[in-house]
Design a protein around this ligand. Structure first.
Ligand code: FE2
Ligand code: FE2
Length: 258
């Protein structure tokens, strides 16, 4: 019988032996993530140098770091949602490792805010908070939550690439370089996991795939809010958030043939 549009997808329909099928590309990236978790470099706290920046630039850094810290914390929730729901062992395990990375990123940015900037975290506007909540609770079909996560990781890496190149504060550049290396692995995980899922019979054609396409529109809207929040702050460093948004959408479209 054909599923109804609002029917909740049950992972129990995936046969047991299929859940333990090895997915080599995911196993490789999971191993790389674990290796980097085990060999984290110490950060030289107290070394931030704002001497080459104006007060306006430091305010802009505060706004950007606050915003990204909020997103990193939600990255952990997105990982938890996926780790809980994905029936395939290799992918589920890899998302639990991604959660470790995201909590590390949240910690790095929290510590930068409190110890280096010595400022409280800025509150996010209601609509941005709501969009983040929606994104971290995406449920059915599973392909939407997976594609959403891949989109976020790609966008995060685009933002960090620009910040590393344009912000003249060495400690922040070091922190973003650390985060960026992790995000590149998360992009590979997301891409490989989505491709694996798209190749499974429930997702190859039909309503689940169509709903995945529909979620693209939600992600486009989300990216307007998430990136638009620090548009002015980014401009202080010559960073154009619209370019980041366009690049992110193009990269995801290219990597994931929904
Ligand atoms: Fe992250
Ligand atoms: Fe990430």
């Amino acid at each position: 019988m054909e599923a109804k549009w609002n029917e909740v997808e049950t992972v129990e329909t995936v046969p047991l032996e299929e859940r333990f099928e090895s997915i080599p590309s995911v196993v490789r990236v999971k191993a790389a993530m674990l290796k980097s978790e085990a060999s984290r470099e110490a950060v030289e706290w107290g070394a931030a140098d704002f001497s080459r920046l104006s007060a306006k630039h430091v305010d802009a850094i505060h706004e950007i770091v606050s915003s990204l810290r909020f997103n990193e914390a939600h990255g952990g929730i997105i990982g938890a949602n996926l780790a809980n729901r994905i029936p395939y062992r290799d992918i589920s395990e890899a998302y639990t490792v991604q959660m470790l990375d995201e909590s590390h990123h949240t910690w790095l940015l929290t510590r930068y805010e409190t110890e280096e900037l010595r400022r409280p975290s800025l509150r996010v506007p209601f609509v941005v908070g709501y969009a983040n909540w929606q994104l971290s609770h995406m449920r059915d079909p599973l392909i939407c939550a997976m594609a959403g996560s891949h989109f976020i990781e790609t966008g995060a890496a685009e933002v960090q690439t620009e910040l590393i190149a344009k912000v003249d504060e060495p400690l922040l550049v070091h922190i973003f370089s650390t985060i960026h290396r992790d995000e590149m692995r998360h992009i590979v995980l997301g891409r490989e996991a989505v491709r694996f899922l798209l190749d499974r019979p429930p997702y190859k054609t039909g309503w689940r795939r169509e709903r995945g396409r529909m979620y693209r529109h939600f992600l486009e809207f989300y990216s307007r809010l998430a990136l638009g929040r620090f548009r002015k702050a980014a401009q202080y460093f010559g960073i154009d958030v619209d370019r980041i948004r366009t690049n992110t959408l193009a990269r995801v479209r290219e990597a994931v043939p929904l």
